[in-house]
Structures are given as C-alpha cells and as structure tokens.
Design a protein around this ligand. Structure first.
Ligand SMILES: [Zn+2]
Length: 278
C-alpha cells in the first residue's frame, strides 16, 4: 500500500519532507496534514509515540487517514485539540471521539449553537474519563525532553463578556493557536484566526516565529497579514484547501506569500503533506 507523496528537500535540511509509506509507523517525529478536502486535520506522532490530532475536517475522512497513519493496534489519541466550533474542523473530531479512546481534549469553549457542535459538547460531557482543558491562558506542555506544545491563544476566556470585541460575531477569532517545537524546529498551527488575532498576538509580544506555518482559514485574505507573516518568518506554509473551496486560497494571500519568498504547499494539489522532524 503505497501512498503518493511529493518529495522535497530543504536546502538547510531543517525539516525533511520524506516519501511516506503507509506502513511506516516506526519513524521518528512526524507532522502530517491530512487531505480532508475543505477543512483542517493535523496529525502529530511524537518520538515517544504520543498521538495528537488538531481538528478533524468536514466529514469522517479523518478516520481512514488515521487508520493509515497509526498502527492498527493503537486506538489511543493522547491529545485532541479542537480549534473552534466550525463544522469543517469539528465534524471529523466528533467521529474520532467516538471511534478512538481520546485522553485529553483542549478547546476554547466558544459558544455556538449548531447541531454538530452541541452534539460534540454533549458527547464530551458524557465521557467523564476524557480530560477537558479549556484554553483561556497560555499553556506549555512538555511532551518529552525535546518536544513541547505551547498554547499561545486565546489567553483569555472567549465566553467572558470582557473578552476583546474582535471575537464577537467572529467565531474564527476564537481559534486555539499552538506552536509545536521539537529539537529546535517549530510549527505554528493557527486554526482560522483572522488578522485581528494576529495583531493581538503581535501586540502581546507572543513569539510566533516558526519554520512551518499552517496558514489560517484556507488562505483567506482576511488572515495572514504581512506583519504576521514577517513575524512568523516561515520557510514553508501549508494550506488546507479542498477542490470545492469558495475561492480559497485567495489570490491576495498567495501574492503576499510569493512577495515574501515563502514556499507554500496545498492539500488540494499535493494530497496529504507530511513533514518528518529529525
Ligand atoms: Zn472557521
């Protein structure tokens, strides 16, 4: 069972994108951006064999993707991060919660009244053994001696009346933002945040710099402003986007990336995109 994946070599060898074989579960540290169409699903397997999933995409495609990525006997997801309540992020996450033994869920606790989100909250409420962590302050999770997962945003309670106005009526701005670091390499994973959150993080002095950036919101022009892209200063950008994409990624975003000399990879063109952090 071979999977076609592009092979690209980093000039400086910081991160190596390898040709992935679906049975190759024993390699070191991987970050795989699942091609789930128009939506996000990021799978991380650490050297210590911890399984982390960030969002689940718009349907249950993520289940077959996890089936390829994880050994068949491994039914545990150590950490599930739900960036925000939109269907293209949570639908697959709920499927994963039902099919896998998820140990800890991180989410911002944003309010939203769609059937899917309410079902997800109900399911989480019922499953008493799942640890639920509301991200309303910076959290630094040391996963091993050389690996850390830092929750950078939100650093306030998104459901508080005192929360900044830019989260009102814009659920995308409640997205949990995390930075993964491993042996000096880093990846910034931004959910669907808009420019308002980018500006907020820069004003707060958050260190957003990273080698790899999962660009926000399918490459929307309302995200990924130039000051933010300059501050992140990524070598690679990954864009989650489907064939039916409502015009995503926007041309303005791609122009900004090109003018800054940042290479980008798209899931609609490449399929699954995997980085192996050595
Ligand atoms: Zn969204």
């Amino acid at each position: 069972m071979f999977k076609r994946i592009l092979a690209l070599l980093f000039a400086i060898n910081l991160i190596l994108i390898v040709i992935a074989f679906s049975a190759d579960h024993e390699r070191g540290f991987i970050v795989r951006f699942f091609d789930v169409g128009q939506g996000d699903a990021i799978y991380i397997r650490t050297e210590k064999k911890q399984d982390i999933l960030i969002d689940g995409g718009p349907d249950d495609t993520v289940l077959s993707k996890l089936g390829e990525a994880m050994p068949f006997y491994d039914r545990d997801i150590d950490i599930l991060i739900i960036s925000h309540p939109h269907a293209d992020h949570i639908t697959g996450a709920l499927a994963v919660l039902k099919q896998y033994r998820v140990k800890t869920v991180y989410f911002s606790g944003a309010e939203h009244t769609t059937y899917q989100y309410l079902e997800l909250l109900r399911f989480l409420e019922e499953q008493k053994e799942i640890v639920k962590v509301k991200v309303d302050h910076p959290i630094n999770l040391q996963l091993s001696g050389e690996t850390a997962l830092s929750f950078l945003y939100p650093d306030f309670d998104v459901s508080s009346p005192l929360a900044p106005s830019f989260i009102k009526n814009n659920l995308n701005n409640t997205s949990v933002v995390v930075k993964l670091t491993h042996k000096g390499h880093s990846a910034l994973l931004t959910g669907d945040i808009g420019k308002e959150v980018e500006e907020y993080m820069l004003l707060q002095g958050v260190d957003v710099s990273a080698h790899l950036l999962k660009i926000a919101h399918q490459g929307s022009r309302f995200s990924s402003g130039e000051p933010f892209l300059r501050a992140v200063h990524p070598q690679f950008v990954v864009i989650f986007v489907g064939q039916n994409n409502y015009g995503h990624p926007h041309a303005e975003t791609l122009d900004r990336l090109r003018s800054l000399g940042i290479k980008f990879l798209r899931t609609d063109k490449e399929g699954d995109i995997e980085f192996s952090l050595e």
